[in-house]
Write a protein that binds this ligand. Structure first.
Ligand SMILES: NC(=O)c1ccc[n+]([C@@H]2O[C@H](COP(=O)([O-])OP(=O)(O)OC[C@H]3O[C@@H](n4cnc5c(N)ncnc54)[C@H](O)[C@@H]3O)[C@@H](O)[C@H]2O)c1
Length: 268
């Protein structure tokens, strides 16, 4: 078997939420580059239009739909439109997410301490990162069930695998809950031949949290805690995304796979 066969997503229909930027954009690009039919759902209409144009110019047509994943009706109607446009659904990447502010160990502010938590930030982070995943999967699962097997991939985080006091409570709690959701759903859907897995990225240079990793001093500080001593570029998600979206992962379900330069293996 060749790599082209094992990792093929050709002709598969895929939805990627939060695909107008960063990790989701790289995933959407990888799927389109390899012959999948792709729909991106994102709340940022300007970035969606810009990236759709850029991808089309590169010979990679994608369909785009505007929705906030935290709004059940918006994501339901965008998913319905996407599934109609794609002619069904084989793969969904529930990827949209936001940061939840500072952690308790921040030296910049004490707003991340437990007793100072901003409940509006807490609610919004859980609404997007956790309930948004629930809404996305409920809106897309019936279409995936109509196929003979399918793939659900959720973007968790290494912050959902172990405590990290430099990251806000709402974010780590949301991602820990997402890890639990991935595993439980994987068990429920195993008899339906639908695999459910998670990506657990470490630090990637994206626009999350105000794009703070674009700042070289922030990036250098973060890189010092990574065994590979650097941050990841968004395109470095592509290999793992294709693995989990294709037959190459035919015996993987309920797994949440770190892609983190070694951080969870024992970095600081
Ligand atoms: N960058 C990292 O270091 C890192 C690390 C671990 C996990 N993650 C996770 O990766 C995922 C993607 O983040 P990223 O780093 O690429 O960030 P990003 O900000 O570059 O991209 C996130 C995209 O999601 C969209 N989005 C945000 N909230 C949304 C909502 N409510 N509805 C619809 N779209 C929404 C944004 O408009 C944006 O296009 C997130 O789930 C994030 O938690 C990122």
């Amino acid at each position: 078997m060749t790599i082209e066969t094992i990792f093929s997503v050709r002709g598969k229909a895929a939805i990627v939420t939060g695909g107008a930027s960063g990790i989701g954009l790289a995933i959407a690009e990888a799927l389109a580059e390899n012959g999948a039919k792709v729909a991106i759902i994102d709340r940022d209409d300007e970035s969606l239009a810009r990236e759709q144009k850029r991808l089309a110019a590169a010979g990679l047509p994608v369909n785009v739909f505007v929705a906030d994943v935290a709004d059940r009706e918006q994501i339901a109607s965008a998913s319905k439109a996407a599934i109609e446009t794609l002619g069904g659904l084989d793969i969904v990447f529930a990827n949209a997410g936001i940061s939840g502010g500072y952690g308790p160990a921040s030296t910049y502010t004490n707003s991340g301490r437990f007793e100072n938590l901003d409940l509006a930030v807490w609610d919004r982070t859980l609404d997007v990162n956790l309930t948004g995943v629930l809404h996305t999967l409920r809106a897309t699962l019936p279409a995936i069930k109509q196929r003979n097997g399918g793939k659900i991939i959720v973007t968790a985080s290494i912050a959902g695998l172990r405590a990290n006091t430099s990251i806000g409570y709402s974010y780590t709690v949301s991602k820990t809950a997402v890890v639990s959701l991935i595993k439980t759903l994987a068990l429920e859907l195993a008899p339906s031949n639908i695999q459910v897995n998670g990506l657990a990225p470490g630090p990637f240079i994206t626009n999350i949290n105000g794009g703070r990793f674009h700042d070289p001093s922030n990036a250098a500080l973060e890189a010092s805690s990574v065994p590979l001593r650097r941050l990841a570029e968004p395109q470095e998600i592509k290999g793992l995304a294709l693995l989990l979206a294709s037959n190459a992962s035919s015996y993987i379900t309920g797994a949440v796979i770190p892609i983190d330069g070694g951080k969870t293996a024992g970095g600081q």
